[in-house]
Design a protein around this ligand. Structure first.
Ligand SMILES: C[S@@+](CC[C@H](N)C(=O)[O-])C[C@H]1O[C@@H](n2cnc3c(N)ncnc32)[C@H](O)[C@@H]1O
Length: 364
């Protein structure tokens, strides 16, 4: 099968996603996405208010510490409405992964052949590193994604389509990646020759960065081969000139002072704190003086109460996010400063998540 085979067309849903294997599969996944929108996204604020109210009525401590969090767990998980809400949330998530996996598996060989055929196609490139040691944390099935990011050959495709459902339409037509690319900080001198996207997964943000900076060389790295293989196919099909490399962001094969801008979109909360520190050190090294790193990720624990803390703990179990609780407790701002960056204010109106802008000083 060639990559232009009609079985693999894009654009039936939301412009950039490959079609599922049948209209029935699409209807099923759309149903799950709608149900998540109505039951989860739409109810998140009332559920939070309801939960805080339950905690207050029970006289629970609202301080975000471990003992209060354990006590909140007992109170909240005895409530029938909340028990049902979290069971439905988990079931919907399992349902969409099962639906996506079984649908794409029907065309597994053809999709793998399309990714193989794309390897030698441009305008961009893909570089794999099959001998690269994989850290243990890469085995976590984050978001419950089958096979994790790195150990299922169709992982990039699963992630791309899964994100569409997960974001409830916000990522359709790459709208979210395009918004992110627009707010990535560039150096004060305005010179943008090379841009790096860390943990690029399916490469939607990487291609959006190229559209935002057409004269720059844009590179996306990811530790998972299935991610960069699929990201490259996705970019080839859109004729966007970006470079994908399988690489560990903790130990990058780039020279010092190489990039003008680095983006990390939702990577750090998926890393153990010691890996985060190494990624920050490496990002500092590969940025040129005056270069800017934009980090878009979850907020730190400082502005949280016990409900937020419990929600992160719950998410770690229920959504396969083992490193989210240590991330929110770790105060990444301190590590950012310790590796030498100067932080600048970030306009929160621009983002769905907390942004951190880190500048490599001109004089060190
Ligand atoms: C939540 S996804 C990132 C989303 C992506 N930036 C986007 O905008 O869609 C996290 C990605 O980071 C990758 N990753 C995890 N650890 C990494 C590491 N040490 N080096 C490079 N990539 C890593 C994972 O394989 C996964 O694809």
């Amino acid at each position: 099968m060639s990559i232009s085979d009609p079985l693999y067309v894009r654009g039936k849903i939301a412009g950039v996603y490959p079609s599922l294997s049948s209209r029935r599969d699409e209807a099923y996944i759309e149903f799950v996405e709608d149900a998540r929108n109505a039951l989860l996204h739409g109810q998140q604020a009332p559920i939070a208010a309801y939960s805080r109210d339950l905690l207050k009525k029970a006289g629970a401590s609202m301080t975000p510490d471990k003992a209060s969090c354990d006590a909140a767990e007992k109170i909240l998980m005895q409530d029938p409405a909340l028990k049902t809400y979290y069971r439905v949330k988990r079931s919907l998530q399992e349902s969409f992964w099962n639906g996506i996996r079984s649908s794409f598996n029907m065309r597994r060989d053809a999709i793998l052949a399309a990714m193989d055929a794309a390897v030698t196609k441009g305008p961009g490139t893909v570089t794999l590193d099959p001998d690269m040691p994989m850290p243990e944390y890469s085995q976590a099935q984050i978001h419950l994604q089958p096979g994790a990011y790195a150990y299922e050959e169709l992982g990039g495709l699963f992630y791309d389509y899964g994100l569409k459902v997960f974001m409830g339409g916000a990522a359709d037509n790459d709208n979210l990646p395009k918004m992110v690319a627009r707010i990535v900080r560039v150096p004060a001198d305005g010179k943008v020759t090379r841009v790096l996207d860390l943990g690029c997964s399916a490469g939607a943000t990487t291609t959006a960065l190229k559209l935002a900076h057409p004269d720059a060389e844009v590179t996306g790295i990811d530790i998972a081969a299935p991610m960069v293989r699929y990201a490259h196919l996705r970019a080839v099909e859109q004729n966007i000139d970006v470079h994908f490399k399988q690489m560990n962001a903790e130990k990058m094969a780039f020279p010092d002072n190489h990039f003008d801008a680095v983006l990390s979109m939702l990577l750090f909360h998926e890393l153990p704190p010691e890996a985060s520190r190494r990624v920050l050190e490496e990002s500092f090294r590969v940025l040129r003086p005056g270069g800017a790193m934009t980090i878009l990720d979850f907020t730190s624990v400082d502005d949280r109460d016990v409900y937020n803390m419990w929600f992160a703990e719950m998410d770690s179990k229920d959504n396969g996010e083992p490193f989210l609780p240590p991330f929110v407790r770790s105060n990444i701002e301190k590590t950012i400063a310790a590796v030498g960056f100067k932080m600048e204010p970030f306009d929160p109106k621009n983002s769905l998540r907390t942004g951190r802008v880190c500048i490599k000083p001109l004089q060190q």
